[in-house]
Design a protein around this ligand. Structure first.
Ligand code: BV8
Length: 232
């Protein structure tokens, strides 16, 4: 039985038309992290932070999964049916993995299509804007925030992620710059516990030297190629 953990970042959604963070014309070009992706920013300027996430949530209406997402869904279907384990740990807040058919997906940095109530802590599926202060459907407080993990906040599902990394035979990192922790440290953690590690990225990431193997090119080409190779 084989256990595979796949970490994905903004690069896997780039060919779907979802902007990455640190590429040219990336999200951080238009905004400073400190303006839109910290609790302090939300407390100081909730309007600016809501506008940033409302625009990204709305943009999800116009994008589709690409061949990289589809290949990972095919990998999960084929291997899980054969009794193996496949887990996608995504830093992305889009729902393209799920829309492509992946079901074993952990969103460690949260999701755009979910609203978190700062008053009662309940989550509600959400596809429209939050800036106008809608009431929490559970407790009624007008305290809904984007259900995403900002800098300085604890990423979600860390226990399940480290449990999967402890057992992984193969750790694959797709479309991430390796700039943000704790995700950027997963490769070292997995390798130290005996996993083979592979990077599939447009260009060498900040942590590329930690990988046993690295292939560089667009995910839409590299990921289907790798899945075909693995399944053959
Ligand atoms: C935490 C929110 C602890 C949602 C995001 C110093 C050292 C170590 C750590 C730190 C430090 N100082 C501060 C920290 C902690 C900090 C951190 O790592 N800072 C960095 C900047 C140094 N981390 C945190 O704060 C995390 N929390 O540590 O909590 C804690 C402990 C106790 C109690 C409480 C807390 C929280 C991190 C999460 C922050 N939230 N996003 C959203 O807005 O989306 S991070 C943001 O950047 C995204 O979520 C994304 O996941 C993340 C990384 O970006 P990537 O996905 O890699 O995207 P990027 O644009 O960078 O790269 C794209 C890549 O794709 C590129 O390499 C490109 O070449 C490639 N590519 C492009 N096109 C393609 C492609 N590849 C293939 N095909 C293509 N077509």
């Amino acid at each position: 039985m084989t256990k595979i953990v796949i970490l994905t970042g903004a690069g896997i959604s780039a060919e779907s038309g979802v902007p990455t963070f640190r590429d040219a014309n990336g999200l951080w070009e238009g905004y400073e992290v400190d303006e839109v992706a910290t609790p302090r920013a939300f407390h100081a300027r909730p309007d600016v932070v809501h506008a940033f996430y409302d625009a990204r949530r709305a943009a999800l209406e116009g994008v589709e999964p690409n061949p990289a997402h589809a290949a990972l869904a095919r990998l999960e279907r084929t291997l899980v049916d054969a009794g193996h384990h496949v887990l996608v740990v995504t830093q992305n807040v889009d729902d393209l993995h799920e829309r492509a058919g992946s079901s074993r997906v952990l969103h460690m940095h949260g999701q755009l299509r979910s609203a978190l109530c700062a008053a009662c802590g309940e989550r509600t599926p959400w596809t429209s804007a939050l800036a106008h202060g809608p009431k929490c459907p559970v407790c009624g407080a007008p305290e809904l925030r984007p259900d995403v993990v900002w800098f300085g906040e604890m990423p979600y599902e860390m226990d399940r992620i480290f449990a999967a990394l402890d057992e992984a035979d193969l750790f694959v990192s797709i479309g991430t710059s390796g700039a943000v922790y704790p995700a950027a440290g997963f490769v070292q953690y997995a390798a130290a516990r005996g996993a083979r590690t592979l990077e599939l990225n447009l260009e060498p990431s900040e942590g590329t030297h930690w990988f046993h193997e690295a292939r560089h090119g667009p995910a839409g080409l590299l990921v289907p190629e790798w899945v075909d190779q693995l399944l053959s």
